[in-house]
Design a protein. Structure first.
Ligand code: PRP
Ligand code: URA
Length: 208
């Protein structure tokens, strides 16, 4: 099962707060930031550790460090930007690749309008971030772009996933793990997640 619903009480509490219809832009941004941080904590739990010796106040001491991990965080514009700082809080040395995709409102297909990837993708762990996994068209397209550039370790963080999107992601990229704060009921007739959050990009940027 590549989609993992994070069960931590803080995550469950905060995703509930995020669903309030009259939430302010400020509050939506803050909660998105906090949830991104919590999801990043879960998604990095298997990063390998190695031993090293440092000069401690009491003399040479063996400590542990993350073993030579190169990471790129990949926000999907626009809404993914709202999760970026939360992930960078925990992985501050990560490089950032950016993919611009917008769903066509009629077809629900993602339209690619920007991409800027960092180098050495074949050596990096990619962490894609986007609050919404609806049809999963945007996520599937982003994973394909990363794979085409040689990326082999691809993970994703979303705030809300629809069962339809989970099935599509499973079929297209079964090896990619995706951590989500919630799995919701279904997509409505215009491709919005129910109960969902509404338009996450509009809520993060204060548009509409
Ligand atoms: C939203 C969301 C995802 C996408 C999810 O972005 O942030 O990128 O839709 O839908 P999907 O799973 O069906 O592809 P949108 O296209 O509205 O652009 P925005 O982030 O600029 O608002
Ligand atoms: N994009 C959003 O912002 N919200 C949804 O529910 C679906 C796609």
């Amino acid at each position: 099962m590549p989609v993992i619903a994070v069960q931590h009480p803080l995550v469950r509490h905060k995703i509930g707060l995020l669903r309030e219809a009259d939430i302010s832009t400020k509050k939506f941004r803050e909660l998105t930031h906090e949830l991104a941080r919590l999801l990043a904590y879960e998604a990095t739990a298997d990063f390998p550790i190695e031993k090293t010796t440092i000069e401690c106040w009491s003399g040479p001491t063996e400590v542990e460090q993350i073993a030579g991990r190169k990471v790129t965080v990949v926000p999907i514009l626009r809404a993914g930007l709202g999760m970026l700082d939360g992930v960078l809080d925990l992985v501050p040395n990560a490089k950032v690749s950016v993919v611009g995709l917008a769903r066509d409102h009629e077809t629900l297909q993602p339209v690619n309008y920007f991409e800027k990837f960092v180098g050495q993708l074949d050596e990096r762990t990619a962490i894609i971030i986007d609050p919404m996994l609806a049809t999963a068209g945007s996520m599937i397209a982003t994973i394909s772009l990363l794979k085409a550039r040689g990326c082999k370790d691809i993970r994703a963080l979303v705030l809300v996933a629809a069962p339809e999107g989970i099935a599509a992601l499973n079929a297209a990229h079964p090896e990619v793990r995706c951590w989500t704060a919630a799995i919701d009921s279904h997509l409505n007739e215009i491709g919005y997640i129910i109960p969902g959050l509404g338009d996450a990009g509009d809520k993060i940027f204060g548009t509409k």
